[in-house]
Every structure is written in structure tokens, then in C-alpha cells.
Write a protein that binds this ligand. Structure first.
Ligand SMILES: CC(C)(COP(=O)(O)OP(=O)(O)OC[C@H]1O[C@@H](n2cnc3c(N)ncnc32)[C@H](O)[C@@H]1OP(=O)(O)O)[C@@H](O)C(=O)NCCC(=O)NCCS
Length: 192
């Protein structure tokens, strides 16, 4: 379990350290400063263990859509649920900000991140060819179902229960089953 709270300008150095350790083409110094100080659409959350920032993520709230701008966990802290907890918190912030769904772009090669996103309901909906300048790699576009769908909420509840118990996450099929069960239960009687 990590403590998650909004990030402010005094946290920039810790954020940049994680950014630099996490991406081959990190956002340059100054990008997060403007995200935190001037971008009124942006919300950034940081996760702390024993007081130290171990990861962060952000969204842009664009009318009824939340775009996940980034998510990163300090390499030594990965594989313990922090990424899942951060993504769950971003989805909660997205709903609170009025978003009906969430979207993101991810490198085709980043299959680890794609597994995280798929567990939490993101599906491939498109591709941006040669999107990344550094190596010409394509981006996959991923989107959630409506965030208030019972199936989506059930996915998030399953993930939250597992990470807060310190347990490994089940594979995608368990999440798909949780979504199906909750969706079926939420269909009003009489509707075919
Ligand atoms: C993507 C990223 C944010 C994931 O963060 P993370 O903290 O490792 O994520 P989690 O710990 O929640 O999940 C990762 C794996 O650990 C497993 N795990 C989580 N808690 C666990 C536990 N208590 N015990 C054992 N395994 C666990 C998960 O099941 C998951 O397994 P998988 O590899 O089969 O999918 C991280 O790898 C990262 O910062 N990567 C570099 C930046 C990046 O690529 N960001 C995405 C850009 S689009």
C-alpha cells in the first residue's frame, strides 16, 4: 500500500529523477514544471512509500475525456503494485473530474505497460504510425469503456483488492470475468 497525493512544484526534482530512470526519451526539465503550474487541464498524483516518492502519473481532463499523459514507477519499486495503485487513482481522479472515459498512447513495444492497462479495462482502438520521434516507433491508442459501467468498476475493485492485499494480480482473464459478471448483473430485467 502506498500513499497517493497530488504533486506540487516542490516535488519536481523527485519526479524528474523517476522520469529519467524510466524513459529512454524523458520529458525535458521544465515540462513537468509547466504541467504543474500552468496547465489547468492537468492533474498529477504521486505515490509514496515511507515518505519517498516512488512513482507518479498524470491526466489531462479534456471535457469528458481523461488522457493519461504518463505513469512511471522507480525501477527498484516495480512489480509490487505501485503502478496499478497509481493507475487506479488516476481513474478515480478522472471520474471526479467529470470524465466519461480514459485514453492513452503506449509504445507498441511496451508490453508490460499494456498488460497493466488491459487489466484495468483499456482496449486497443487505434494506432499512430511512427508517433515517437526518438525511434520512429508506433503508438497504440487505448481507451476504457465508460468509466461508470458496472463492468469497469468491477475491474477496478478487483485490482484494488489484490494490490491492497499485497497479492500478485490475476491474469487478464480473471479481470474479463469480473467485468462480464458485473455487466450481466447490471442489465435491467426485461432488456434483452
Ligand atoms: C509500467 C509501470 C508503471 C508499471 O509499474 P509497476 O509498479 O511495476 O506495476 P505493478 O507492480 O502494479 O504491476 C507490474 C507487475 O507486477 C505484478 N505484481 C503487482 N503486485 C505484486 C505482488 N505483490 N507480488 C508479485 N507480483 C506483483 C503485477 O501482477 C504485474 O505483473 P505483469 O508483469 O505480469 O503484468 C512500470 O513498469 C514503469 O514505470 N515502466 C517504465 C515507464 C513506462 O513504461 N510507463 C508507461 C508508459 S505508457
Amino acid at each position: 500500500m502506498i500513499e497517493i497525493a497530488p504533486l506540487r512544484v516542490e516535488h519536481l526534482a523527485e519526479m524528474q529523477e523517476i522520469e529519467n530512470a524510466s524513459f529512454d526519451a524523458p520529458w525535458p526539465g521544465g515540462a513537468y514544471r509547466s504541467e504543474l503550474t500552468t496547465n489547468r487541464l492537468a492533474r498529477y498524483l504521486g505515490g509514496r512509500r515511507d515518505g519517498a516518492l516512488i512513482g507518479f502519473g498524470g491526466i489531462w481532463l479534456m471535457v469528458d475525456e481523461a488522457h493519461i499523459t504518463t505513469i512511471a514507477v522507480r525501477p527498484s519499486e516495480r512489480g509490487r503494485g505501485a503502478g496499478t495503485e497509481l493507475l487506479l487513482a488516476l481513474l478515480v481522479a478522472a471520474r471526479a473530474g467529470g470524465a466519461a472515459l480514459a485514453t492513452l498512447d503506449v509504445r507498441v513495444s511496451n508490453v508490460g505497460a499494456q498488460r497493466l492497462y488491459e487489466r484495468l479495462g483499456f482496449r486497443h482502438v487505434g494506432r499512430r504510425v511512427r508517433y515517437y520521434d526518438d525511434n520512429g516507433e508506433d503508438a497504440l491508442i487505448m481507451t476504457t469503456p465508460p468509466l461508470n459501467d458496472a463492468g469497469q468498476v468491477a475491474r477496478e475493485e478487483l485490482a484494488a483488492t489484490m494490490v491492497r492485499a499485497g497479492a500478485p494480480l490475476p491474469d487478464a482473464s480473471a479481470f474479463d470475468a469480473a467485468e462480464r459478471t458485473a455487466s450481466a448483473a447490471s442489465v435491467p430485467r426485461g432488456v434483452q
